[in-house]
Design a protein around this ligand. Sequence first.
Ligand code: HEC
Length: 112
Amino acid sequence: MNMTQMNMTKQNLGLPIFFALGALTLAASVAQAADISTPAVLAGSCSTCHGPGGQSPGTMPSLAGLEPKYIMTRLKEFRSGEAPATLMNRIAKGYSDAEIEALGQYFTKTKP
Ligand code: HEC
């Protein structure tokens, strides 16, 4: 193997490793973004139905400005199946107590 060939081999190995590391870093930052330290990101998935910042433009209930305790109680009742629901029972199952609290604190502050 001459020098040129060796350099080629190094480069070919280096590039995929570079991309693999990049993908790992990206995955880590996405996981971090969903952390409760950034409630706005956590609440982002609610805006599809409840409107941006929980201010519903349509028939879905608005969440903006509701009492944190009310939001938290409702979510926990949906999660346990206590409260009748068409969708929220399934959605609420994906959230821990800490996340539900963060959501309650977030939407109380998004009042227009
Ligand atoms: C796919 C649409 C959809 C998404 C996404 C969604 N919701 Fe809901 N939400 C509903 C519907 C519909 C209801 C009425 C209850 C039912 O039928 O499930 C509701 C009701 C609620 C209520 C009760 C409101 C009231 O006035 O008592 C709360 C609180 C709530 N959602 C919070 C959330 C939070 C927080 C998120 C994000 C984690 C979220 N929802 C995501 C559709 C959605």
